[in-house]
Design a protein around this ligand. Sequence first.
Ligand code: XIL
Length: 342
Amino acid sequence: NSHSLKIAFHDDFLIGTALGVEHIYEKDAKANELIKQEFNAITPENIMKSQIIHPEFNQYNFAEADKFVEFGQKNKMYIVGHTLVWHSQLPAFVSKINSADSLRLFMTEHIKSVAGRYAGKINSWDVVNEALNDDGTLRKSVFLNKFGENYIKEAFDLAAKTDPKAELYYNDYNIEQPAKRKGAIELIKKLQASGTKINGVGIQGHWSINSENLKDIEDAIIEFSQLGIKVAFTELDYTVLPNPWDLKGADVNQRFEENPKMNPYKDSLPDSVQNKLANRYENLFKIFLKHKDKISRVTFWGVNDSHSWLNGWPIKNRTNYPLLFDRTFEGKKAYHSLINLK
Ligand code: XIL
């Protein structure tokens, strides 16, 4: 039996986590001990997003990103850059840009400056994030609307030129689902046909313990790898809480924050749910191990439950339990069931 995830899955794939400002500045010794012990890959949860790193047209804020990269190098970790082109968490000035030329200038300067600063240090970039709708068509983002669909190819080509050593990924959620997967495959094939470098696809993996999707996941691993690219699971977590869009009947009229049914495990997580979560992770990792030759990395979206974005999304101020480590940094049942697979 191994004593950590990164040791247990050492011969299979990288095991990553998303880091926040508190982690890179080592504000909590327990969190940092856990990060170093369990994980060998890191993704910045927010600090490389353009809103933070590029707040004004001519202004960059590299302090935290520098520290993040330094942290990864010091600990000999695989460093993921997240993300160069995304419609969300954009600086305010971008939404005021009106012409295709100015938007292209923003994107070009952004990729050159950010990917350029860390060239040779970042192992892989999520070059474009969430460019697709759930039906597989291209999302009507500011980039698509004002720049046109070629923004994706241009972003990848520029990233390849700026940091030739980095592996380049397309990253998105729900692309394990058939319609969106088909769209992602078309997109990747087009890039490949036009001579663009793309090394992998990132399946985010924001899932729920209440829905079963293993067949989709396995099909996606197989189909994406048939394109000759690597498959990474880049933002893994399982919400244990009900989603507002699943509410039915009378509950729909008393929604969100006011509805106690939306935050049922405020004080503690019942054993039955703890077990269900463990079961989900275990079955998922069995699929991962079966296809380990196709999978480069599995990254959890956060270190432990108290730090997870799912305490605040899609409803604020809830108590969620989506990760492997609890609020005191102890490994949960799900953690032990993964370690025991090896
Ligand atoms: C999330 C972060 O976890 C939150 O802290 C932030 O407020 C919003 O973004 N898809 C992505 C991630 O690619 O960057 C998102 O991260 C979660 C969804």
